[in-house]
Design a protein around this ligand. Structure first.
Ligand code: NAD
Ligand code: UDP
Length: 340
C-alpha cells in the first residue's frame, strides 16, 4: 500500500494543483489547511477532477495537538509544506503575524514530524530570497538577501531546515525556490482566486480582461530591460506541481536539496500583456505608471540544478499559461463561489 503524503496549504493555489498531480501519479493525499486564504469548495473541484478521495483536515500548522493527532492517525511518506501567508505588502504592515504563521508554524510542523519519525519534507521557498539579484539567470548559489518581511520568513525557514539537516542527516529536505507561478488547471476547475485587489500581474490581467478592472497599471517602464518593463520568470502552476513530485522522488534517500523552479526565460510585463491579448483575443488596456517600491528590474532562474537533480523541466509555454489563466477566470467570475 502506498503511504499518503501530507500537503499543508493544500486547498491553496499551488497546493491544490499539486494534489491533482499526486493523485494522477496514484499517490494518496491528506490535505491540512486552516482555510485562511482558500475556499473549502476547492475540495469539490478536486473531487470532480478525480483527485478523490482526498482526505481533508481543517487545522492550523501552529496547533501541535492537531498535528500530533494527525500524525498518530496516518503514517505519512512525507510532507509537502505550502501553508503560509504570502502577501509582501501585508508582511510589511504585519511582520509579527508573518513570523508567527510562517516561521513558528514551520518549526511547529517540523517538531511534530520529528516526534512522528516522518523526516521527509518539500518546502515552498521563493525567488524573493535572492532580493535584488546581481546576475541573471540566478543560480542557487547566489547571495541571499530578502528585502521584505515575507521574504525573510522564507529565509528563516530555509536556515532552520539547513540547520536541521546538519544536526540530523536522517532528514530528507527539498527547498524549492519558486519563481512566478501562473496559469491554471486546463479544465478551468482550479486556479488562483485572490482576495481583493490582486497584487500579482497575471490575476490583475485576467480581471482587466473580464472587465472587472478598467486597465492594468504597469509598474515602471524605465527599467534597464529590453522594453523598460520588469522581467520575471513565469512558470505554469501545473509544471510547478510536477516539480514537487520530482522532489519527493529525489528524497528517496535523505539529503538536502535547494533548487530553483522556473523556466529560465525572462518575460517582460509588456510581453506578458501582448501574449495574453493575442492568445485569448481580448484587449488588455494598460497605463504606464511609476515603479512599485521594492521591485527589481529582472529576476529569472538558472535551471540546471532542477534538470540535473530532479530530472524536471517545465512543459508549458507562456501562451499556454495565458490561455489556461483566462479559461479559469472566464469560467469562474466569482472564483470558487461560481456554481459548477
Ligand atoms: P495560497 O495562499 O493560495 O495557499 C496557501 C494555503 O495555506 C492557503 O490555503 C491558506 O489557507 C493556508 N494556510 C496559511 N497559513 C496556514 C496555517 N497557519 N495553517 C494551515 N494552513 C494555512 O498560496 P500559494 O500561492 O498556493 O502559495 C503556497 C506556498 O508557496 C506559500 O508558502 C507561498 O509563500 C509559496 N510561494 C508562492 C508563490 C506565488 O507566487 N504564489 C511564489 C513563491 C512561493
Ligand atoms: N506588475 C505590474 N502591474 C501590476 C502587477 C505587477 O506592472 O498590477 C509587474 C511588477 O512590477 C513586476 C511583474 O509585473 O515587474 C510581476 O509582478 P508580480 O507581483 O506578479 O511578481 P513579483 O514582482 O513578486 O515577482
Amino acid at each position: 500500500m502506498t503511504l499518503p503524503i501530507l500537503i499543508t496549504g493544500g486547498t491553496g493555489f499551488i497546493g491544490s494543483h499539486t494534489a491533482v498531480a499526486l493523485a494522477e501519479a496514484g499517490q494518496p493525499v491528506v490535505i491540512l489547511d486552516n482555510l485562511c486564504n482558500s475556499s473549502p469548495k476547492v475540495l469539490e473541484r478536486l473531487a470532480k477532477l478525480g483527485a478523490s478521495p482526498v482526505t481533508f483536515v481543517q487545522a492550523d500548522i501552529r496547533d501541535s495537538a492537531a498535528l500530533d493527532a494527525l500524525f498518530a492517525r496516518y503514517t505519512f511518506a512525507g510532507v509537502i509544506h505550502f501553508a503560509g501567508l504570502k502577501a509582501v505588502g501585508e508582511s510589511v504592515a504585519q511582520p509579527l503575524r508573518y513570523l508567527d504563521n510562517n516561521v513558528s508554524g514551520t518549526i511547529n510542523l517540523l517538531q511534530a514530524m520529528d516526534r512522528a519519525n516522518v523526516r521527509r519534507i518539500v518546502f515552498s521557498s521563493s525567488a524573493t530570497v535572492y532580493g535584488d539579484p546581481v546576475h541573471v539567470p540566478i543560480p542557487e548559489t547566489a547571495t541571499l538577501n530578502a528585502t521584505n518581511p515575507y521574504g525573510r520568513t522564507k529565509l528563516m525557514c530555509e536556515d532552520a531546515l539547513r540547520a536541521l539537516h546538519t544536526a540530523d542527516p536522517r532528514w530528507g529536505i527539498a527547498v524549492l525556490r519558486y519563481f512566478n507561478p501562473v496559469g491554471a488547471h486546463e479544465s478551468g476547475l482550479l486556479g488562483e482566486a485572490p482576495n481583493g485587489v490582486p497584487n500579482n500581474l497575471m490575476p490583475y490581467i485576467t480581471q482587466v480582461a473580464l472587465g472587472q478592472r478598467e486597465y492594468l497599471q504597469i509598474f515602471g517602464a524605465d527599467y534597464d530591460t529590453p522594453d523598460g518593463t520588469g522581467v520575471r520568470d513565469y512558470l505554469h502552476v501545473r509544471d510547478l506541481a510536477t516539480g514537487h513530485l520530482a522532489a519527493l522522488r529525489a528524497l528517496d534517500e535523505p539529503k538536502l536539496l535547494t533548487i530553483n523552479l522556473g523556466t529560465g526565460r525572462g518575460v517582460s510585463v509588456k510581453e506578458m500583456v501582448d501574449t495574453f491579448a493575442r492568445v485569448n483575443g481580448v484587449p488588455i488596456p494598460y497605463k504606464l505608471g511609476p515603479r512599485r517600491p521594492g521591485d527589481v528590474a529582472a529576476c529569472f532562474a538558472h535551471t540546471q540544478q532542477a534538470k540535473t537533480l530532479l530530472d524536471w523541466e517545465p512543459r508549458f509555454d507562456l501562451a499556454r499559461m495565458c490561455a489556461d489563466a483566462w479559461r479559469w477566470q472566464s469560467m469562474n467570475q466569482q472564483g470558487f463561489d461560481t456554481p459548477l
